[in-house]
Design a protein around this ligand. Sequence first.
Ligand SMILES: CC1=C(CCC(=O)O)c2cc3nc(cc4[nH]c(cc5[nH]c(cc1n2)c(C)c5CCC(=O)O)c(CCC(=O)O)c4C)C(CCC(=O)O)=C3C
Ligand SMILES: [Fe+2]
Length: 412
Amino acid sequence: MSTVDTTEQSSSAPRRGRKPAPATTVAMAPGAVVPAAPPAAQAGPEHVTEPVAYDAIVLAGFGGPEGQDDVLPFLRNVTAGRGIPDERLEEVAHHYRAFGGVSPINSHNRQLKAALETELAGRGIELPIYWGNRNWDPYLNDALREADAAGHRRLLAIPTSAYSSYSSCRQYREDLADALEDTGLGGVLEVDKVRQYFDHPGFVAPFVDGVAAGLATLREHGASTIEVLFATHSIPMGDAQRSGPAELGLGDGGAYAAQHRAVAEVVMEAIGEPETPWQLVYQSRSGPPSQPWLEPDVNDAIAELPAKGVDGVVIVPLGFLSDHMEVAWDLDTEAMETAAEHQIAAARVPTPGIHPKFVAGLVDLVVERLEGTPVAARPALTSLGPWYDVCRPGCCENARRGFRPAVAGLAP
Ligand SMILES: CC1=C(CCC(=O)O)c2cc3nc(cc4[nH]c(cc5[nH]c(cc1n2)c(C)c5CCC(=O)O)c(CCC(=O)O)c4C)C(CCC(=O)O)=C3C
Ligand SMILES: [Fe+2]
């Protein structure tokens, strides 16, 4: 039994025991486009192809506690109005308490902001970045007030979330609309957002490096039959079905699951191992047991591996940008324990973090909107993208909460 954590492995670490990546990785180069049949990629009002003179960027984060006293107030913010019982909050608080009440997420976003500033400066783009969170200090309200005080008027938001769903897209749009309302800046500032970037080469490239390195590490440690588990946040089935615009008809898991599956497929192709078994699994489920959420859970999937003759698992945090609490607890603590229990060697792939290609990719997304890049010239590695700049009415709506105003949406 061995548990190998590749967390610290940098993308530039030598990949021993692998032949050079095959030609398919060429598709990872920024600028490469997969022009395949696009349900979403057709030019229309959802894509803005006029240049816009944005004068600042808002980095819109989730937020996390930075000490034991922050933990419960933070959790109350996250679950505000959702009737999540205190027992459940205590359960989650325990994850944070085990780490001194500090989520690494804010420090990651500070690093990302600094890396983006360096990248922008290096390209001669003079756009300041204001960082604000949905659930903790500094809040989106603070970011908007700061941008306004500095005289900015047209803001482009970069949410720290790559996929479509209520929690990963619309809720950021709604909270930005709330922040405009709260600060009284609704008529003063205009806030757009970059498209969801699940299939942007800059987001995908770090996972390609990481999965290749994870497989190599496990093989070096003697694993012979390996399965790759692409893990993302579970969400309620109803949210999944409503993720993305209904018109796309992407089936039970909606755009959310379809986007993850498509990216996972691209990653396996890019490392030249389309035949290596993989599956999409889910983590961090909450909510009452009576409510169906996306499955299987990562731990259940790991428990099934020995019966399939699998002795190594690569765990890919495909749904996340940084090693925050959902990664540190649910994957590095729980899933690693499950793997050890079942005598499966496990390697956890790094999140994009501040990988230079990821940072450059986010700046590419900003440039795309500054220049109004034609849809056909926008890089996207799956046939689902390039995703919308502006969401259709009802896109990613939350059935439980009903309609709330949101920025970056088409008028109903
Ligand atoms: C899709 C998705 C992402 C990915 C997109 C993105 O990154 O935005 C994400 C990220 C995150 N989720 C986080 C934390 C939490 N999420 C919760 C609750 C929930 N998340 C949901 C979904 C997602 N969540 C859902 C459907 C709920 C149930 C509540 C509801 O019905 O809407 C709760 C409440 C307690 C609980 O219910 O477990 C907490 C504390 C943190 C911060 C980690 C840190 O502090 O380091 C991050 C980055
Ligand atoms: Fe969450």
